[in-house]
Design a protein around this ligand. Structure first.
Ligand code: G6P
Length: 767
């Protein structure tokens, strides 16, 4: 039976039941009213009649009595009147009553017995009547007679029956009207929206739905509507993903997206959690003008790891660097992030200023950083820094061990040169953990690495990991050579594996990258390139036709002075570009507590000023140096409109600026000038590749970039974009986690079992 029919039947039954009950009580009450009315009327009549009857009775005038009773003979509703002796024998009786009064009615009998007035309903010859028997005294104490009045009560039954009929008709009409209105309301309020929703869902299922219909947004149907809309969106998204997947399979492409990464990581982890360890934290709390503010530090690492952590409910262990970080944690060291939609846990680790000095500024950035980059800045190795580096690695390892305590075979991703010792510490305590470390900077050749006094400890620490990742194969090879020179172990050069003390470490390249925005998102705020370029330069107080862009941390490895000297040589050799070409260098100050970095900032500023003094005229100058941190949104317009982007690192693990520039060029224009000493140059062969130490080569490449035809620019950029799009950040994370999850580690032996005597353990095994 249909829902509406069932609803109608139950509605009709309920309304009818309630109405009938109501009518029943109404009719009963009417009947009682009629009876009371008749009783009152009979009493009044008896009292008035008794006044006339008593004198006649006392004077013994029976004729007078008969006349009196006959007077009422024909009155409506009166069935008869009788005057009786005190013993109840008739003295005078109306003629119609006499034949029907075959026995003494009950009220008369009672009046005879007790000398009081009695009344009641009874049947007389089958008809319902009301009888009142009133003793007559006539001024003397003893009873001289009894006045009896009989009223016809049949009209009460008639009126009751009529009232029932009337009420039942009312019940019928009422039931019909209420049921009709209710059903119409249901049909209009629920039926129509449900019908529309059903038709839409049917169309959606069959893939013919064009758009979402106007669904009920208020009232009882709102939650249902919302859920249905969400379900529909998921269905549409799932169908789109399935179509994309089918398309990818068809075209044998492997396009990684944040969603694909999410699905992939969840699948690989099978419900397990992921743990990331890095020095930089993904969210930093700082005191701002309007109270505590939460900021995302400008870091490629954060962009890369955030979707992975969000995908698998992981924990990110990092140094607390914000001055309000303590205020934001809930249990002394943890908080849920992202702030607007909690998806994973951030575990903060606090360092003392001395530890920060020795670990971060000292060993990591005055020792390992210049050691790993061939940029001709001497590494400084202090024993006190090494001690701090060991202490902090131990501290982060302890924090990680605490986080993974309840996890079986946890998956840990350690990041960068800050944590070379951490893999060994963790794996010694938790051999079941699957641990990878990704080294974000170059690995130098064994001779260069060999100058580190603690090279063995560093290599041993790293080999605690199951997987070590570098950006390019050359860094993997250098690492294996360094291991070969310093440690007792077996190196498998065919499969790039090192086996030390029975533990095997895989060494593999994973070129890091960036996310490429969808063109629609990126194009939304895009005006014509030359107009936007002129506007950007005007804001900087410069007029020029051509614009170059450089974006770096102010670091001696980035080749910024070499770049400036290349620009100087270009303006020398091509005077036509004076007053026409301006280079904007965005340089964010970095690690400024280190003297080498402080000096380097001055060096960069002086070199820019020297070149500007040499060429500038009017409102044009060759170099605009912006020495403050810029957000990605601020940098994007420069990337989108520059004629050339210059990346001239003296040595660089990958260099993401090169890939960010390519990712931003939805117009397939702009030329990338790229140092051959960057990891990126291994992938982006369509850039103009230069040796930054060769000033002449840089100048010529710059000239070539500005003179290049739009067709050639288009072809080169399209090829580079295809590479960056395919080998994006999601693929990097997916490959790294995929490889790590494939590694088998021994099962964890619970501490309780481990400490039990052998006998007990084998007994437990049998049971
Ligand atoms: C290099 C490292 C990164 C680090 C970045 C910024 O690129 O490989 O891991 O995030 O420098 O350095 P900082 O010292 O400011 O964290």
């Amino acid at each position: 039976m249909r829902l509406t029919s069932r609803l109608s039947l139950s509605l009709i039954a309920s309304v009818a039941l309630v109405s009938v009950a109501f009518a029943y009580f109404q009719t009963r009450s009417n009947r009682r009213g009629l009876k009371r009315e008749l009783e009152r009327h009979a009493l009044v009549l008896a009292e008035s009649l008794s006044k006339s009857a008593q004198p006649a009775l006392q004077s013994g005038s029976y004729r007078e009595l008969q006349r009196l009773v006959d007077q009422f003979q024909n009155q409506e509703q009166i069935a008869g009147v009788a005057v009786l002796t005190p013993a109840g024998e008739p003295l005078a009786i109306s003629s119609r009553l006499a034949p029907r009064l075959d026995r003494q009615p009950e009220p008369v009998r009672q009046a005879v017995d007790d000398g009081l007035t009695h009344a009641g309903f009874l049947t007389l010859s089958g008809d319902p009547v009301h009888v009142i028997a009133m003793p007559l005294r006539g001024g003397v104490p003893s009873v001289v007679g009894i006045l009896t009045i009989f009223h016809d009560a049949a009209y009460i039954d008639r009126q009751t029956a009529a009232s029932w009929r009337h009420e039942l008709i009312g019940v019928g009409v009422q039931t019909f009207v209420i049921a009709l209105i209710t059903l119409l309301t249901i049909r209009v309020s629920f039926g129509r929206p449900l019908k529309r929703t059903t038709e839409w869902l049917r169309a959606l299922r069959s893939g013919t739905a064009a758009s979402t219909p106007e669904l009920e947004q208020h009232g009882e149907l709102e939650p249902l509507t919302q859920e249905v809309s969400r379900l529909a969106s998921s269905l549409v998204a799932a169908r789109a993903a399935a179509e994309l997947e089918a398309h990818l399979r068809e075209s044998a492409e492997s396009n990684w997206t944040a969603d694909r990464l999410r699905v992939f990581v969840r699948g690989r982890l099978g419900g397990d959690h992921l743990f990331a360890v890095s020095n930089r934290e993904p969210y930093e709390h700082v005191y701002g003008d309007h109270g505590i503010e939460c900021r995302v530090p400008a870091s490629g690492l954060v962009t890369a790891l955030e979707p992975v952590l969000c995908a698998c409910e992981g924990t990110w262990i990092a140094q607390a660097t914000g001055n309000a970080d303590k205020e934001a944690v809930t249990d002394g060291c943890r908080l849920r992030v992202p702030p607007e939609h909690h998806q994973y846990t951030l575990r903060r680790v606090w360092l003392t200023p001395e530890e920060e000095q020795g670990f971060y500024l000292g060993f990591a950035n005055e020792g390992l950083w210049p050691l790993s980059h061939i940029a001709h800045t001497r590494p400084i190795f202090r024993a006190s820094d090494w001690e701090a580096y060991k202490t902090v690695n131990q501290r982060f390892a302890e924090a990680t061990l605490e986080e993974i305590e309840d996890e079986e075979s946890p998956v840990i991703l350690a990041q960068d040169y800050h944590f070379a010792l951490l893999p060994r510490i963790i794996k010694q305590r938790r051999p079941d953990a699957r641990l990878a470390i990704f080294w974000h900077i170059p690995w130098p050749n064994p001779e260069a690495f060999g100058i580190c006094p603690w090279q063995r400890e560093l290599l041993d620490g790293l080999l605690g990991a199951d997987l070590i990742g570098f950006h390019i194969q050359a860094h993997c090879n250098n690492f294996l050579d360094s291991v070969d020179r310093s440690l007792e172990c077996r190196i498998d050069r065919e499969y790039f594996r090192v086996t030390k003390d029975g533990h095997r470490t895989q060494v593999q390249p994973f070129p890091i990258s960036v996310a490429v925005d969808a063109p629609e998102t990126a194009r939304a705020s895009f005006e014509l390139p030359h107009l936007e370029r002129a506007r950007l330069l005007a804001k900087l107080g410069v007029r020029a036709t051509y614009m170059g862009i450089g974006v770096d941390r102010i670091d001696y490895t980035k080749g910024i002075p070499e770049r400036f000297r290349g620009i100087e040589r270009f303006l020398e050799a091509c005077p036509a570009y004076r007053n026409e070409f301006t280079f904007v260098q965005i340089g964010s100050p970095s690690r400024t507590s280190i003297p080498r970095y402080q000096n380097f900032v001055h060096e960069v500023i002086e070199e820019a000023e020297r070149i500007n003094r040499r060429f500038q005229s009017g409102n044009w100058k060759p170099i605009v140096l912006l020495t403050r941190q810029h957000s990605h949104e601020e940098i994007l317009p420069y990337y989108r409109t520059a004629d050339v982007c210059m990346v001239t690192s003296l040595h660089d693990g990958m260099n993401l600026v090169a890939k960010e520039f390519v990712a931003a060029r939805h117009d397939d224009q702009g030329v990338l000038l790229l140092s051959r000493f960057t990891g990126a140059s291994h992938e982006l062969a369509d850039a103009l590749i230069v040796n930054p130490y060769d000033t002449e080569e840089v100048a010529q490449a710059l000239h070539r970039a500005l003179e290049m035809s739009p067709e050639e620019r288009g072809i080169r950029m399209q090829r580079m974009r295809a590479i960056v799009k395919e080998r994006n950040i999601y693929r990097w994370a997916g490959n790294l986690i995929g490889e790590l999850c494939a590694i088998r580690t021994p099962k964890r032996i619970p501490a309780a079992i481990e400490s039990k005597p052998l006998l007990v353990r084998s007994a437990a095994k049998k049971s």
